[in-house]
Design a protein around this ligand. Sequence first.
Ligand code: GDP
Ligand code: MN
Length: 381
Amino acid sequence: MDLYEYQGKELFKRVGIPVSDGRRADTPQEARAAAQELGGAVVVKAQVLTGGRGKAGGVKLAEGVDDVEQKAKDILGLDINGHIVRRLWIERASDIAKEYYLSITFDRGEKKPLFMFTTQGGVEIEQVAEENPDALIRLHADPLEGYQPWIARRLVYGAQVEDPSEQKQIAAIVEKLYRAFVEFDAMLCEINPLIVTPEGEVKALDAKFTVDDSALFRHPDIAEWRDTTAADPLEAFAREKGVTYVKLDGDVGICGNGAGLAMSTVDVVAHVGGKPANFCDLGGGGSAEGVVDALEVITRDPQVKSIFLNIFGGITRCDEVARGILEALERLDMSTYPIVVRLDGTNAQDGRKILADAGKPNIYPEATMLDGAKKAVELAR
Ligand code: GDP
Ligand code: MN
């Protein structure tokens, strides 16, 4: 789960990383009130789950309540890389002498957290890695040893930070960022820019924070921060229903049991010249209720013209799936959808018989995955 900047900064604050004082605002009036409370110059920042806000006009300095209100008006509603701005963060403006970069991510290859630090911050890190690779200091931590003071020293000396006060402040931030990374089960913690003010104070001016979805149960307070309005409405509905679903942009609705089979089904449909409308995994259980939920999600996508249910019964019983399909036909208005069904594996005979006995004109049984895909693609035309 990606966090908004202001949420990431809240977590930074909890571990003691210095950030500027700020307020949330969702309307120009709220922005005005926030500026009044904060006093002095502020920066109005679009809160969207994408980077490059500065370049897109989503970060603006403002002074005085009228100016702040106007800048808030300008930024709200902006489209930044396909994300519409609906939230703002108003914070006390900082004077910037230098912009550094600090992050911790997982290096899956090494199976270790990876620290990255450079004094060439502010710009995209990929650009630094490409144009000036020596300026980017990379260092792995041993997850069992955890944070060790030499890590920060290597980063700071490696990047040739010379000022002792800066060195000390950055080292403290590196340690705290690692604590945040572990404590909040992060996949990514990035500070870009990590600034030095003209007075020599080091602080986080931006926050990019990704929490491992699988660990959210340990952080109910963070899980609650999820902005369901920012997600695709269909994917949000699927999550509510407990269906694993990813929207794609074709017209053949796809449902398989197990992520591997569902992905293969997407591939086979594409292979025979079709366009998958989605990825949908029934999961290993494949209860009748699960089938109804999956079909409800799939048919909410107006682009779907045909549906291909590809089931290979292991733990999943094909008779149970067949009952789920009939149940869905009863409960949802699905008469306009041709549904191609391939049942194989555990209780496949029973499942096919249940469907045949029901005699539904829009159900098309197929024996193999390839034939099923061909049929579904043909029916979508
Ligand atoms: P991003 O473009 O989405 O990464 O958003 P950032 O939060 O990193 O802001 C982009 C840029 O805006 C920063 O690199 C700064 O140069 C500038 N900026 C952000 N906050 C302030 C501030 O308080 N004062 C000044 N002078 N510039 C700021
Ligand atoms: Mn940034």
